[in-house]
Design a protein around this ligand. Structure first.
Ligand SMILES: *Cc1c(COP(=O)(O)O)cnc(C)c1O
Length: 373
């Protein structure tokens, strides 16, 4: 570390300096600049975004909300709260809104974690759990994964007197693995009451009817359960940043105390309300994802590449020299996500796109693999 007098980073606590920054998907404009490509020639399948864009109803609501952006947003998200309450059959006081569901994860951590306590999460689980834990000075405890998924018995065994929180992603990103409902319920029954469970369901809309979460029904039984949901994935509102947490009223109260008063902007609130009302858009997104998942898995099979069966809108596949293949994909205008930082250096994660985008990805990948032989 530089000791020059201009570097004041040492003023941050050691636990902040130890944080490894989050690595997001490469923006299209950045790759265009780097490679001298045209933006419209680039396919981005790197951030699990909705290739259909957003609901036309949300589009309309956004235009209407633009009229009022000189005003502060409603800090209580009254209209959105009523819509979520009605749709998910929870009390208005059980809902916490966030600037994306990342904000929900952070609010949970900031309200409940302190230096000296521990938060448990799985190996290969969503990177934000470690980030929000470390930012509080609490200790993150990583439990080795089992077949790339959460090993719930091992996570239970990792609980001790210092454990305050457990993060569970279902489905998980970047592995796409899904925990069975019975296993998850049995897990919750065994977690001590003073340990909070943050159940991240960012991809629930992409699950089949049979697989969809029932965790909202479990809130009455488990007052230590915090469910997080997002408008960034199937609803397509990733750029607007809006998500929500569902939990016991007392937990919601604590999370709201550390929340910025205006953390969800007015356009996001309006778009989210309209999106919730457009079930047809979510159904179309689901159907496109099912078809795209089939297209990609068949393509990967044809290329004889192994992949982790996924329940979400992305798939992680195994390829020798993943970093090299990634670089060649970029040179050809295809952005996927390298996941070496998830202890998966031999894997790349590709999001399900439009039929034409998936086809382009498969074609470029095939050419790269052929030219390597
Ligand atoms: C994409 C994703 C989210 C959503 O993040 P937002 O802040 O709502 O955009 C949350 N959890 C997981 C596991 C994700 O992959």
């Amino acid at each position: 570390m530089s000791m020059s007098s201009s570097d004041l980073s040492y003023l941050a606590p050691e636990y902040i300096r130890a944080i490894a920054p989050y690595q997001g998907g490469k923006p299209i404009a950045e790759l265009a600049r780097e490679m001298g490509l045209q933006e419209h020639d680039i396919v981005k399948l790197a951030s699990n975004e909705n290739p259909l864009g957003i609901s036309p109803k949300a589009d309309f609501a956004i235009q209407a909300a633009m009229q009022d952006i000189a005003r502060y947003p409603d800090g209580n998200s009254f209209v959105l709260r009523a819509a979520v309450s009605q749709k998910f059959k929870v009390a208005a006081s059980q809902i916490v809104f966030g600037n994306g569901s990342n904000d929900i994860l952070e609010l949970a951590a900031r309200a409940f974690l302190t230096p000296g306590c521990e938060a448990i999460y799985s190996q290969h689980a969503f990177a934000v759990y470690a980030l929000v834990t470390q930012a509080t000075g609490a200790t993150g405890v990583v439990v080795p994964a089992k077949n790339f998924g959460h090993d719930l018995p091992a996570m239970l065994a990792a609980i001790n007197a210092k454990t305050r929180m457990i993060f569970v992603a279902n489905p998980n990103n970047p592995t796409g693995t899904l925990l069975g409902k019975e296993a998850l319920f049995a897990f919750l029954q065994q977690v001590p009451k003073q340990v909070l469970v943050v159940l991240d369901e960012a991809y629930d809309e992409y699950l089949s009817a049979a697989n969809k979460s029932q965790a909202i029904d479990w809130l009455a039984e488990f007052n230590n359960l915090i469910i997080s949901r997002t408008f960034s994935k199937a609803y397509g509102l990733a750029g607007l940043r809006v998500g929500f947490g569902l939990c016991d009223v007392c937990i919601a109260d604590m999370m709201n105390r550390v929340r910025q008063p205006f953390n969800v902007n007015s356009i996001a609130q309006a778009a989210a309300v309209a999106s919730l009302a457009d079930e047809d858009f979510v159904e179309r997104s689901y159907a496109l994802n099912q078809a795209g998942m089939m297209q990609l898995t068949q393509g990967l099979n044809k290329l004889e590449l192994a992949y982790i069966p996924s329940f979400a809108n992305f798939i992680s596949f195994k390829v020798e020299d993943a970093a090299v293949v990634n670089q060649k994909l970029l040179q050809n205008g295809v952005i996927v996500r390298p996941i070496a930082n998830y202890e998966m250096p031999e894997y790349l994660r590709v999001s399900i796109g439009l039929f034409s985008e998936n086809a382009r990805f498969l074609e470029v990948l095939e050419n790269i693999l052929k030219s390597n032989q």
